[in-house]
Write a new protein. Structure first.
Length: 99
């Protein structure tokens, strides 16, 4: 279905007003989630919430690095240059280059 008919657009708007989940709306029109979201945005409407469960991560929150712990620009460039020279060595294998 390449185009949305006027009737489909009206029904889409009605389903959004009824707070139907995006998966239900996309399934009703036999369209992908992305195609349905794109049409909703083009109509100037807010995309409804998903009814899928949200995932909770057990990874701890990363703390920002303090500026004192970062290398200076000169140190960073020296490390980069050293790595570049090392990769030019004849004893470096292709596997090491990919790493």
């Amino acid at each position: 279905m390449p185009f949305w008919s006027f009737e489909q657009e009206k029904l889409l708007k009605d389903m959004i007003k009824e707070n139907r989940p995006i998966e239900e709306i996309a399934g009703h029109f036999h369209r992908s989630l992305e195609a349905t979201k794109l049409k909703i945005r083009r109509l100037g409407l807010a995309v409804p919430e998903s009814n899928k469960a949200t995932y909770v991560t057990t990874t701890p929150k990363l703390e920002p690095v303090k500026a004192q712990e970062l290398p200076s620009i000169l140190e960073a460039l020296q490390r980069l240059w050293g790595a570049t020279l090392r990769l030019k060595g004849t004893d470096v294998t292709p596997a090491e280059v990919r790493k």
